[in-house]
Design a protein around this ligand. Sequence first.
Ligand code: WT7
Length: 642
Amino acid sequence: MSYPFQIKSLEEYQQHYQKSIQDPESYWAEVASHFEWKKKWDKVLDCNFTEPKVEWFINGKLNITENCLDRHIKAGKGDQPALIWEPNDPEEHHRVLTYKELYFKVNQFAQVLLNNGVTKGDRVCIYMGMVPELPVAILACARIGAIHSVIFGGFSAQSIADRVTDAQAEYVITCDGAYRGTKEIPLKPVIDEALVQCHGVKRVIVLTRTRTPVSMIKGRDVWWEDEIKKVETLGNPKVEAAEMDAEDKLFILYTSGSTGKPKGVVHTCGGYMIWATYTFVNVFQYQPGEIHFCTADIGWITGHSYILYGPLSAGATSLMFEGIPTWPDAGRFWDIVDKYKVNILYTAPTAIRSLMAYGLQPLQGKDLSSIRLLGTVGEPINEEGWKWYYENIGKSKCPIIDTWWQTETGACLISNLAGVTAHKPCWATLPLPGVQPLLVDEKGNEITEKDSDGYYKGNLCLNGPWPGILRTTYGDHERCRQNYFATYPGLYFTGDGALKDDQGNFRITGRVDDVLNVSGHRIGTAELENAINMHNGVVESAVVAYQHDVKGQGIYAFVIYSGTLENEHLTRQDISLTVSKVIGAIAKPDKIQFVSGLPKTRSGKIMRRILRKIAEGELNQLGDTTTLLDPLIVDEIKNNRI
Ligand code: WT7
């Protein structure tokens, strides 16, 4: 497969960019013509950011799995590896699924779904570890037109219940348990706990992975393996790929915002497919035959777009890893690179920083010469981490792509194109064709003056749609409008702050809303405070981020506790456990400080700016505190800072 839309030089990038802005409809129609459609679209784009309403490839019909599987087999690439799976335990056999084998398994499991009553448009929640059956389950949903919603394995029963309820899902696919390093993580028991609250779930399909004992509820729960056997006795019939409208929902993925519970970001079949594939081919500059290793979990958007849909639709070989970077030792990524001769390594700054802390010993004797390019995603990378990655992993000869995007954007929006446009340490650099970033001030006016440091600095917005933009938040379109399209009318607001230089390069500086980014995981402060406040001794709390060497941001919680604190240490543990139960272990606070009050304005608003400064240790830069209801509280908090 060649990629007619692969940009090969800086000049070509400029030409593509110009064309995509001047005449987006013909630009994207050309790109889309290289995909497999059951019926061509009538109109390329219909868009206004007021409702908001965004539709791409109107009345086009397709099935994304035909693009990810059937067309490669038809093109004679059926025996090429589609997925390579590296297990948690290096002693266990790895698995390779060719395009033909993956196609076979997706068909088989699509039939299982049909046999269990799943139909087009139904929502299926998937809560599994990183096993090859996870992509099989996802693609099988897409094959029959069911809407998948993958829930990351680190979320708690309560979080699952919230998502299953919000998505009105009637079907769940899970595993008995998952392996992560030395740990065996129960999954089915967490589902059981969640489903006590979700009476609408009709069927739970359970894959065996850890062989942990689980309870199977009669009439509701079935084993994956038993269901596959039933399909085998039917002679493994082929499952017709459902004809989907370009704007039919493909999946829902929940993500945190600055207010309320996580929202279900909706992506649709046509636009998402084009965007995931187009960006994969261009940003990574994928060459046929290369081994692409994205270390993300498929429970996040990065895994959806750059382990599954982008690579598979481009006919690539994608490596998925079940385990963690530090087990059996901190050389695990390098073992994997060496073992499979990985060409593209795409990981998160938090992983780079944590591996950097182990020094160079874990790199000893590992052949990394196959690596052609390195990538980062999920949070700003620090200069030290960038340099370490560039020199020690890329041996000072591989480009680093710093890819900025969000769950809502479907795939990458701002990044250098590996080896084609220049990298710049810690800068995401240039927008992809179709993407029009601009920086605005609080009032929404475009920033036209440079700061004292020579950069334009403001809140990052996007003007005009690209095919992969979210279409709605599931079940609540008004929330989508409020969250992304209302702050600055006519623009999509990202929630990030950024700098721009004279050449048009962007550097993302981090969230400017109340969203934390902890080890690349997105968590809302409101969501965290709600969880902390669930502990029966907590009266009120306020959460802010502080700079953390490995996680990027750490969670600092200021907590007002009722009654006497007999054992602060134990109470901190109790509060952490409460957060684990309500959200998941990924959201546990790093620091909990007990306070007798919080700095509030006279109208009762918590002054987080002050708490942030205290958490960062910038005790002499608290700014004006005279407008506070009780200015003395600041001294108490400062003095007891952890
Ligand atoms: C937020 C989105 C992108 C998929 C994984 C995270 C931050 C993402 C970068 C980057 C600086 C980045 C932003 C963004 N972010 N990539 N290259 N440089 N910050 O997706 O969970 O939806 O989080 O991650 O703050 O808004 P997500």
